[in-house]
Write a protein that binds this ligand. Structure first.
Ligand code: SF4
Ligand code: SF4
Length: 196
């Protein structure tokens, strides 16, 4: 996958984000969500991402967070450890003021989330129509990223940190055997094999 292909895929991804936002607006307009409200980024959310979304975040953090990369790696490592024991934990990208450090590049799993009441421990309350639409959009995003994978953001970023994997991915290669052990251990989905 060369630069052009990545750009094309990014463009399709953002079209899907926009299509979701537009169709969901009559419902999400009723949400109680506001800046600094972040239960969905700490305890009730499960931050999933595709490799395409992970790659865009990676590019962003490499250019914007050169000074804070060590701290970020530490937090991502902690996220992975927490997942080993099925613990829901604070997202590595959630800043001290409860805002998202990668808001512009946040994955669809964050974009689809809203709630009609304060989440607290019980989780979000969403409309069934939006939930169903989100599942369709999620499948379309996986279809766009058809040489990629989906899983928890911290695991997807870990896979992308492997230079060999990244080279294959960016060249448009598809070699699931290379990550099969890690994928099995961490519930990584092969996008191409998702039934749409
Ligand atoms: S989804 Fe829930 S926790 Fe997240 S911003 Fe909305 S109300 Fe707050
Ligand atoms: S990526 Fe941003 S919006 Fe998504 S869970 Fe993390 S802090 Fe929240």
């Amino acid at each position: 996958m060369n630069d052009t292909t990545i750009r094309e895929k990014k463009s399709k991804l953002y079209e899907l984000y926009d299509a979701f936002a537009e169709s969901a607006r009559p419902f999400t307009g009723m949400a109680v969500c506001k800046v600094g409200c972040a239960d969905c980024c700490t305890s009730v959310g499960d931050v999933g991402a595709t490799t395409l979304e992970g790659f865009l975040i990676l590019e962003h953090i490499r250019t914007r967070f050169s000074a804070g990369q060590k701290e970020l790696s530490k937090r991502l490592k902690q996220n992975r450890k927490d997942r080993e024991v099925s613990k829901l934990a604070r997202c590595a990208f959630l800043q001290k003021d409860n805002t998202c450090a990668v808001y512009q590049f946040r994955p669809f799993s964050c974009r689809r989330l809203y709630s009609l009441k304060q989440c607290g421990e019980s989780g979000p309350m969403v409309h069934r129509q939006v939930w169903d639409l989100a599942r369709e959009i999620e499948a379309s995003i996986q279809a766009v990223d058809d040489t990629g994978y989906s899983g928890h953001l911290s695991h997807i970023l870990q896979i992308l940190s492997d230079a060999g994997f990244l080279k294959t991915y960016l060249e448009g290669g598809f070699s699931p055997d290379d990550i099969s052990e890690y994928a099995l251990k961490h519930n990584i989905i092969i996008n191409r094999f998702v039934k749409h």
